[in-house]
Design a protein around this ligand. Structure first.
Ligand SMILES: [Fe+2]
Length: 191
């Protein structure tokens, strides 16, 4: 207890490691979906449910915590962040259409394929261009601080996509918290 307290931020997952771990989680769902046979309706529905949740939370915390910090603190990262926001926006529309869609709908597989393609492109751009810029510009301590904030933001983040909601501060912080609470209430009601 004393030791973990003393180590504090040093033991927290740094922001980039945390976001990359999220990317891996989503990629696993994508691979499982691609392996699932045409008739694996239940499995595909469940996997897409996982994608909806994971990607909604991931996009929200990146938009609430990571992107604003990068815009403020990393020189020349603005265009990358703006592109990231647009890619999130497209992904959220697809996710909102997939959320609750019948896996037997003839548009289902195609929509998931396009989602997977665009998220993979987004992940590649972040991991190959944006994250190295951020790691170079911000020290270990700052990355650990942002990591802790991302971790905290996960707890209140919406678990469904909200493509019409603001995706930059201050609007997304306020609306995001409300959306997160509504999403959670919705789940409590359904369960
Ligand atoms: Fe992202």
């Amino acid at each position: 207890m004393l030791q973990s307290h003393r180590l504090g931020y040093v033991t927290a997952m740094d922001a980039i490691t945390l976001l990359k771990t999220d990317h891996k989680t989503v990629e696993k769902l994508f691979k499982q979906f691609e392996k699932a046979g045409d008739r694996a309706i239940l499995t595909k529905g469940k996997l897409v449910g996982g994608m909806v949740k994971e990607l909604s939370v991931h996009a929200a915390i990146e938009e609430q915590v990571f992107y604003p910090a990068v815009r403020r603190e990393v020189e020349n990262a603005k265009d990358q962040v703006l592109e990231g926001l647009e890619e999130h926006h497209v992904a959220k529309w697809l996710l909102s259409e997939l959320d609750g869609m019948d896996p037997e709908d003839e548009r289902f597989d195609a929509k998931v394929t396009v989602l997977i393609e665009s998220v993979r492109h987004h992940v590649e751009e972040e991991e190959e261009t944006l994250f190295p810029m951020v790691r170079k510009a911000l020290g270990r301590k700052r990355l650990a601080e942002i990591g802790a904030q991302l971790d905290q933001a996960k707890k209140a983040a919406p678990v469904h996509p909200h493509p019409r909601s603001p995706d930059a501060p201050p609007g997304n912080v306020v609306v995001g918290a409300i959306a997160g609470a509504i999403d959670k209430a919705r789940h409590a009601f359904e369960e």
